[in-house]
Design a protein around this ligand. Structure first.
Ligand code: 5AD
Ligand code: SF4
Length: 481
């Protein structure tokens, strides 16, 4: 396949110049092209969007899905049966990249049999020049490659792809543009992610995110509130405010506003019942935010507060800008202000130079905080980050052993912490039918724990009072009150 590199090129003179109008023009155009393809195929054509990685990507995938549905593609769950496959990729750890290459390999075989098939790749991994080079060399059957900064251009790029029949590539290095009001199709009718900011300025030394998601940009409070009001009018009762570091929200706006002030304004939205947010950086978590959380009726009793390591020495090498003692003091303050708060975290094992003593500090902080749950990761070297060139990379064997020890500790504590709610009655948002047993519904507590209880599926999307009768380790069995 020929390659069409669009970086910096204006595609169509007739199309409106301003966004999102321009994308609506291309959605209409893509619809016409799709009709032609459907006539050739003698059937409707389908799409499948597969998401790798975090909640931010999940939200982006809802936007891609919204655009594909507006064009007229029909959703198909099995990517091997779909005519338009989109991989929204993640590159935070090397194994995320490997999974994408693996899945692409399988699709190559299938694409040979389906002449209508298109394959698009987007997301964080595409912001790495080595990845795009590798795709150009060895994955020539891919039709469209774009990145994190121009996801709003998906309709336009789809048109070029359909018209040219060539491999289309459009990667932007960075952007200060935020395009509002594009279509999006929610996975759940009753809850939704809402981006409040994009990018990250922290440059933790192990992390690739600031390089692939660019500099921090906040949406205006007006745009965020208008979006949430629209969602609520459409049946949403819970929102998850999304940003790499929500605590620094609003600092770069023309009229600066703090994250706590934004929360207060969102709390006023009538009909909205629950507010969640992620992720919080410990260095920026203000007293004002703790105060607002403590007094709020809508903000959930859950805080995801990545600690990454318990060793102040390693934290400094990670460029996290807090010490073990400062993190512990913050946790103390949170627990006093909000006694029923659930704390979850991310921990990296095997950061360059991590000694047995440093690791002991990580175990120690885990025992002191007693996290409700923790995501544990083996350090993954990301080319281009400062940590990748640090000496003293820890041998794989040592890391693996430490990882297993940490996981055991984290799980034992989480089980104990989870069990303290036994016998209480809690408000849950009923989210789905239980996968194993369709007579049970699955609901989420304010503190993010799940409970399974007998009920009919008519209660999905509602807030219900549920008694937690039995603790099963990391989740509960309950009954409607
Ligand atoms: N290696 C391992 N884990 C990482 N994370 C980010 N970068 C890396 C890396 N290079 C983890 C951090 C972060 C979470 C989203 O992913 O713990 O909080
Ligand atoms: Fe990565 Fe640190 Fe930014 Fe989180 S805060 S995205 S870990 S650089």
């Amino acid at each position: 396949m020929d390659i069409l590199d669009l970086t910096g090129i204006d595609l169509s003179k007739e199309a409106p110049e301003c966004e999102p109008e321009r994308q609506f023009y291309f959605i209409a155009k893509a619809r016409e092209l799709l009709h032609e393809k459907e006539r050739e195929a003698g059937r409707k054509l389908t799409f499948c969007v597969t998401t790798f990685g975090c909640q931010m990507n999940a939200r982006d995938s809802e936007k891609l899905t919204g655009i594909l549905e507006q064009i007229g593609y029909v959703e198909e769950e099995n990517e091997e049966k779909a005519d338009f496959v989109v991989f929204n990729t993640c590159t935070v750890r090397e194994n995320a990249n490997q999974r994408v290459y693996g899945r692409l390999g399988q699709l190559k075989r299938i694409k040979k049999k389906n002449p209508h098939m298109l394959i698009a790749l987007c997301g964080c991994m595409m912001q790495e020049p080595e990845v795009v080079e590798k795709l150009k060399q060895s994955y020539r059957f891919v039709d469209l490659i774009f990145g994190t900064h121009n996801i709003f251009k998906f309709a336009e790029l789809t048109v070029v792809c359909l018209e040219s029949g060539r491999m289309v590539i459009d990667i932007w290095k960075d952007t200060d543009k935020i395009v509002e009001n594009l279509p999006s199709e929610r996975k759940f009718p009753f809850k939704s992610g809402v981006n409040i900011m994009f990018g990250c300025n922290n440059f933790c030394s192990y992390c690739i995110v600031p390089y692939v998601r660019g500099r921090e940009r906040s949406r205006t409070p007006e745009a965020i509130i208008a979006e949430i009001e629209k969602l609520v009018a459409d049946g949403v009762v819970e929102v998850m405010l999304l940003g790499q570091n929500v605590n620094s929200y609003g600092k770069t706006l023309d009229t600066p506003i703090t994250f706590a002030q934004l929360l207060k304004r969102i709390e006023q939205i009538e009909g909205l019942q629950r507010i969640r947010f992620m992720t919080s950086h410990p260095k920026d978590l203000s007293d004002e935010l703790i105060e607002v959380m403590a007094h709020s009726k809508k903000i959930c009793r859950h805080l995801h507060l990545p600690v990454q390591s318990g060793s102040s020495r390693i934290l400094q090498k990670m460029n996290r800008r807090y010490t073990k003692e400062q993190y512990l003091a913050l946790v103390e303050k949170l627990k006093i202000a909000i006694p029923d708060i659930s704390l979850t975290t991310d921990i990296i094992v095997g950061f360059p130079g991590e000694t047995e003593e440093d690791f002991a500090d990580t175990l120690d902080i885990v025992r002191k905080v007693r996290f409700d749950s923790a995501f544990t990761f083996i350090y993954s070297k990301r080319t281009g980050t400062p940590a990748a060139v640090m000496k003293e990379q820890v041998p794989e064997e040592t890391v693996k052993k430490r990882f297993d020890r940490l996981l055991t500790e984290v799980q034992e504590i989480a089980k104990e912490v989870c069990s303290i709610h036994k016998g209480t009655v809690q408000t849950v948002l009923v989210e789905s039918v239980n996968e194993q047993d369709p007579s049970l519904m699955t609901g989420r507590l304010s503190n993010n724990l799940l409970v399974h209880f007998p009920a009919s599926s008519s209660v999905i999307g509602q807030l219900k009072e549920v008694k937690l009768t039995e603790c099963k380790g990391f989740y509960y069995i309950g009954e409607l009150v």
